[in-house]
Design a binder for this molecule. Structure first.
Ligand code: FAE
Length: 546
């Protein structure tokens, strides 16, 4: 059965199974004629896919990789249906806001939990988690045996919840990140394309030097520099002009009002405002929120049959749908894509996937810590939630430490850091047949190498400043946040589980296009690299496969 919501302008008369390729990028925004048409096209692009529908391309997930694929395919004239297990996040709650503050988590904050699981579990040694109603909230704290992996859920994926730090790795490090990829092309073409489309911007250094909301960052810089570490200001997808206006009191406050981890109501350019807005405006991209893909198998007549569960906001399955697609892009994030592929290979749905599926997973060496400053070094009661800088000790010590906010609303005299470290540890996803789930064999003790690398920065700073580590943020007398990651990477690694452009070995028309392609580490925060790699791969796929 054909689903009419999948028809975009100009798609009439094209065969159901055929790709609608032809006029290339001319069929982007411009082809819609005028703004009214574009708005109308955008308005009908959130839908619920029909049981029995056939689509040319189905994209699983709406994070960075999926959004790049959808936009570029649509611009090439291809109709795309995106399936997203999380919510649309386009409707305000009873408080009039779509997203709650970090300091006031409620049901919107967590994915199907009855108690919050905040990354900072304690404050002054006291647990700060609280009971909440079970709901399809925005942040998933997904527990594996040795690690909790934080991920965004909803249209926009991780872009809904992340810190917005848009960091391009140093080119000299690129060979260690993706050895089979031409670095020159990435730095001249795909990183610039990703940064431009993501709306990456730089903070005005003169404003940064004086604004109250970045006092914590300036204290972080001062301590880094006094210990001879380079401190770098990094770009962001938070609109710093908007933040200036927040501080001037002329617009609603967002980053300066503790919004970030559970969504951001104003200044952040999440994918909903960038790639996905452009994709939806083509009229060729439709998104089904609260739909979760559970299976992909080859269809008898060619293409693939996809099983999708439709969820309500309790997480209950309210319908199970079967649709077919000529091509399927796995963009469910490193964990989501790996879990699907491992299950599909092990259960016989896609037995021809190769032995690299599930391997090469890393957590970008994430480890957190806080330092207790002297009373004459306050970090400020008002802290913008968007980080702007980091301490770069990668070459000497294997750590790049983001100077992170601790937006409690009170003076804490604490400096807080998320370190990305050069950990060699890699884990593997495997199918646990008796439990009917995918396991990950990460061990918490493996974080010790990351802690040692982070200590190359913070032991030195503490010694120079005469300060100590905070022990009250992750438990009672616990210094290191070593139980979690924000940066899952790998599980379907480029040029191993796939070819050098993300085509899965063993199945024509199946692609991976998200963080699962990257083997465990990006040396800095990952989303710009995930986006740039997706730009590179989709350009090749459009040119050669369509
Ligand atoms: P992702 O953005 O995770 O998108 C995958 C999507 O697929 C999600 O929307 C899922 O709900 C959906 N999905 C999963 N399984 C299914 C299924 N079976 N069916 C349908 N849909 C499904 O993937 N990175 C930075 O570079 N800078 C930062 O400042 C930064 N801060 C972060 C802070 C936090 C708290 C977190 C959690 C992450 C942060 N990250 C940051 C990491 C970044 O958000 C992450 O690397 C990217 O979002 C990963 O992009 P993907 O496209 O791989």
């Amino acid at each position: 059965m054909h689903d009419p919501t999948l028809q975009g302008p100009g798609s009439k008369g094209l065969s159901r199974r055929g790709f609608m390729v032809g006029t290339g990028s001319m069929l982007g925004l411009g082809a819609l004629g005028h703004t009214g048409t574009a708005q109308a096209a955008t308005a009908r692009t959130i839908a619920s896919i029909g049981n029995g529908a056939h689509v040319p391309v189905l994209v699983i997930g709406t994070g960075y990789g999926g959004s790049v694929a959808a936009l570029r395919l649509a611009q090439a004239g291809v109709n795309v249906h995106m399936v997203e297990m999380g919510m649309a996040w386009d409707t305000p709650g009873s408080d009039g806001k779509i997203f709650p503050r970090i300091t006031e988590p409620d049901q919107r904050s967590f994915w199907l939990r009855t108690r919050t699981k905040q990354p900072l579990s304690n404050f002054l040694g006291f647990p700060i988690d609280r009971n909440i109603p079970r709901y399809t909230g925005i942040l998933d704290a997904e527990d594996f045996s040795g690690i909790t992996v934080y991920q965004g859920r909803g249209i926009g994926g991780g872009s809904l919840v992340n810190g917005g730090m848009a960091v391009t790795p140093r080119q000299e490090h690129f060979g260690s990140i993706l050895p089979s990829v031409n670095a020159g092309e990435m730095y001249t073409t795909y990183y610039p394309r990703a940064n431009a489309t993501l709306g990456v911007n730089h903070v005005d250094p003169a404003w940064w030097e004086t604004t109250a909301c970045y006092q914590y960052a300036r204290v972080g810089r001062k301590h880094a520099q006094r210990s001879n570490f380079p401190y770098v200001l990094v770009p962001s997808v938070y609109d710093f002009e908007y933040m200036k206006q927040e501080m001037a009191g002329s617009v609603p406050k967002s980053a300066t009002d503790t919004e970030l981890l559970y969504g951001n109501n104003h200044g952040k350019k999440s994918l909903q405002k960038t790639y996905l807005a452009q994709a939806r405006a083509t009229g060729r991209v439709t998104i089904s929120p609260l739909h979760k893909v559970t299976s992909v198998v080859p269809a008898s007549g060619g293409g693939y049959t996809i099983t999708i569960e439709q969820l309500n906001t309790n997480g209950d399955v309210v319908a199970t749908k079967t649709v077919t697609a000529n091509r399927v892009f796995f963009a469910a994030g490193s964990v989501g894509t790996s879990k699907l592929l491992v299950k599909l290979k092990a259960t016989g749905a896609l037995p021809g996937l190769n032995g690299e599926i599930g391997k090469g997973w890393g957590e970008n060496g994430n480890v957190m810590c806080g330092r207790a400053n002297h009373l004459w070094d306050p970090t400020g009661s008002l802290q913008a939630t968007v980080p702007t800088g980091g301490i770069d000790n990668w070459n000497a010590g294997g750590a790049f430490a983001e100077v992170a906010p601790l937006p409690t609303g009170i003076e804490t005299w604490a400096s807080f850091y998320l370190s990305i470290t050069n950990t060699p540890q890699r884990a593997q996803f495997t199918w646990n047949a008796s439990a009917g789930r995918v396991d990950l064999n990460w061990q918490t003790s493996w974080k010790q190498t990351s802690i040692n690398m982070a200590k190359t920065i913070f032991d030195k700073i503490n010694s120079k400043e005469g300060t100590i580590y905070r022990t009250d943020l992750f438990g009672v007398y616990k210094i290191w946040g070593d139980h979690l990651t924000y940066h899952p990477l790998g599980g379907a690694v480029l040029n191993r589980a796939t070819d050098n452009y993300g085509r899965l070995h063993g199945y024509s028309g199946l692609y991976v296009i998200d963080g699962a392609l990257i083997p465990g580490n990006t040396t800095v925060n990952p989303f710009v690299t995930i986006t740039a790699l997706a730009e590179r791969n989709i350009e090749k796929i459009i040119a050669t496969d369509l």
